[in-house]
Design a protein around this ligand. Structure first.
Ligand code: A3D
Length: 320
């Protein structure tokens, strides 16, 4: 059986890290696409030359030609621009919307059967636009944010409790922005929910609130430190987790930006929700019950996403 083909649209910081991870994990052959001449070719060759030492079997190719992504099984999209210090994700909307148009058309023409994972910000609006521009089925187009936001939450919690990150599970839902919703009730240490851990004296409500806020600000914290771009190691790892669940039909239950068609009372929007990812793509949106307070936070987050989608429609008439 031929190896899966994984197309990475955008060969910048995240794209290059994705290519390295795909090769190291032997998930398939890689095509790195970018408009910047030489960048995808250089990264593909550099990673391929690490193969003899690492002992992986994967072909890597860099290109500026969409024809090279033909029949890709998975496309991961990072094309566009990242934030600089002082910028919000929403400041990227206009420029990255144009990028989504060309990427959507490129995928539609060359890899219409692919499972597409968008990472470009502002995430929830860009994945919506990418689905519109590509015309691919909604269950085959999703966005990566919840896995990353949850991983950040899990990391901070593991530091607070001084336990292995493996035993911390967490859920962050809603839009990938300042209004994201870390759900403490559904987050646990080896099955013990966070509110119970507060009662058991493992932490205080104040400390938990501070961790929730640090999670919301997790992207900005790294932008502030790096100064020249945004996070890329953990975002790439998170998208790989989703791609692997699709390619190996693992049916992982992962939070990601998925198209809601009635679930969570939403119609026609992408927002961070729990999903099952298997060979069919987004096989299910898991419509969990939210408490009153959680629902208020979720609605607030959804309204922010809706505002960005409306802004997209204002910029590109074909989306209206
Ligand atoms: P960067 O290193 O700048 O890479 C972006 C690449 O896209 C560059 O190599 C560009 O040449 C390329 N590019 C620009 N326009 C096009 C085009 N039309 N077609 C193909 N390639 C193009 O950025 P990065 O890799 O650090 O980040 C990529 C995106 O991910 C940004 O929008 C970030 O804001 C976003 N991001 C999202 C998350 C989430 O959790 C959702 C996290 C971190 C970064």
């Amino acid at each position: 059986m031929a190896r899966p083909k994984i197309a990475l649209i955008g060969a910048g910081q995240i794209g290059g890290t994705l290519a390295h991870l795909v090769a190291l994990k032997e998930l398939g052959d890689v095509v790195l696409f970018d408009i910047a001449e030489g960048t995808p070719e250089g990264k593909a060759l550099d990673i391929a030359e690490s193969g003899p030492s690492e002992g992986f079997d994967a072909r890597l190719k860099g290109t500026q030609d969409y024809a090279d992504i033909a029949d890709a099984d998975v496309c991961i999209v990072t094309a566009g621009v990242p934030r600089k210090p002082g910028m919000s994700r929403d400041d990227l909307l206009g420029i990255n919307l144009k990028v989504m148009k060309s990427v959507g058309e490129g995928i539609a023409a060359n890899a219409p059967d692919a499972f597409v994972i968008c990472i470009t910000n502002p995430l929830d609006a860009m994945v919506w636009a990418l689905q519109q521009f590509s015309g691919l089925p909604t269950h085959k187009v999703c966005g990566m944010a919840g896995v990353l936001d949850s991983a950040r939450f899990r990391h901070f919690l593991s530091l607070e409790f001084d336990v292995s990150m493996k035993d911390v599970t967490a859920f962050v839902l809603g839009g990938h922005g300042d209004t994201m919703v870390p759900l403490t009730r559904y987050s646990t240490v080896a099955g013990i929910p966070l509110p119970d851990l507060v009662k058991m004296g493992w932490t205080t409500q104040d400390k938990l609130d501070a961790i929730v806020q640090r999670t919301r600000d997790g992207g900005a914290e790294i932008v502030g430190l790096l100064k020249t771009g945004s996070a890329f190691y953990a975002p790439a790892t998170s998208a790989i987790e989703m791609a692997e669940s699709y390619l190996k039909d693992q049916r992982r239950l992962l939070p990601c930006a998925a198209y809601c068609d009635g679930e969570f009372g939403l119609n026609g929007f992408y927002v961070g929700v729990p999903t099952i990812i298997g060979a069919g793509g987004i096989e299910k949106v898991v419509d969990i019950k939210l408490s009153k307070d959680e629902q208020v936070m979720f609605d607030n987050s959804v309204n922010a996403v809706k505002g960005l989608v409306e802004a997209c429609k204002g910029i590109d008439e074909s989306l209206a």
